[in-house]
Design a protein around this ligand. Structure first.
Ligand code: C5P
Length: 202
């Protein structure tokens, strides 16, 4: 069976957690597409041209997810993600991943709209700004990073604005996406709902 699950939404809404759990449940492969943009952003912070960084990206550049989780890398990622040439360079890898035999879950901002418009399941995961900032803050603290809640909230707000306001592949739900507001959901509830959505599509 080859089934594609597209999970989009803003940062810290829960899409990564849901994507990993759905992939584990069904034995599907999982790609966190934010890591591709973060890896390009990391290379740009190191002085590389963004288009060259995207065109020469290899899996080893996004293998170390922890280094790419830093807020400065997130900002750089959302800046390079607004460049059409950067996005174009990353399309074929993502589409090939989505077509994997055995099923694939991809999470990002434009999976249901641009990368996999024919995905069998599309979820758009949201939560209030306050809840998302709190979740990301706790996640970063847990990784030993020194950040304040205000800094995290400002980072998310800047990225949301840039990601939904850009001309190329803006963050927006696909017309046929199911909307998931995880503000008051537990992780278990959100995962169970997502699994049910995939089962319904099988
Ligand atoms: O999901 P994550 O927060 O890791 O993504 C980092 C940045 O990469 C986002 O703020 C967004 O600008 C960009 N991105 C994107 N399209 C995707 C995934 C991520 O533009 N499919």
């Amino acid at each position: 069976m080859s089934l594609t699950v597209a999970i989009d939404g803003p940062a810290a809404a829960g899409k990564g957690t849901i994507a990993r759990a759905v992939a584990a449940h069904f034995g599907f492969a999982h790609l966190d597409t934010g890591l591709l943009y973060r890896a390009v952003g990391r290379r740009v912070l190191d002085g590389m041209d963004p288009i060259e960084a995207a065109q020469t990206l290899r899996s080893e550049h996004f293998a170390d997810a922890d280094v790419l989780r830093m807020p400065d890398v997130a900002q750089a990622a959302s800046q390079v993600a607004a460049m059409p040439e950067v996005r174009a360079a990353l399309v074929s890898f993502q589409r090939a991943f989505a077509r994997r035999q055995g099923g694939a879950v991809l999470d990002g901002r434009d999976i249901g709209t641009v990368i996999c418009p024919d995905a069998e399941v599309k979820l758009f995961v949201t939560a209030t700004d306050e809840v998302r900032a709190r979740r990301r803050y706790e996640e970063l603290l847990g990784k030993g990073q020194k950040v304040t809640l205000e800094e995290v909230a400002a980072d998310l707000a800047r990225r949301d604005q840039r990601d939904s306001g850009r001309k190329t592949a803006p963050m927006t739900p696909a017309n046929d996406a199911q909307l998931f507001d995880t503000t008051t959901m537990s992780i278990d509830e959100a995962v169970a709902k997502a699994i049910a959505a995939v089962e319904a599509a099988q």
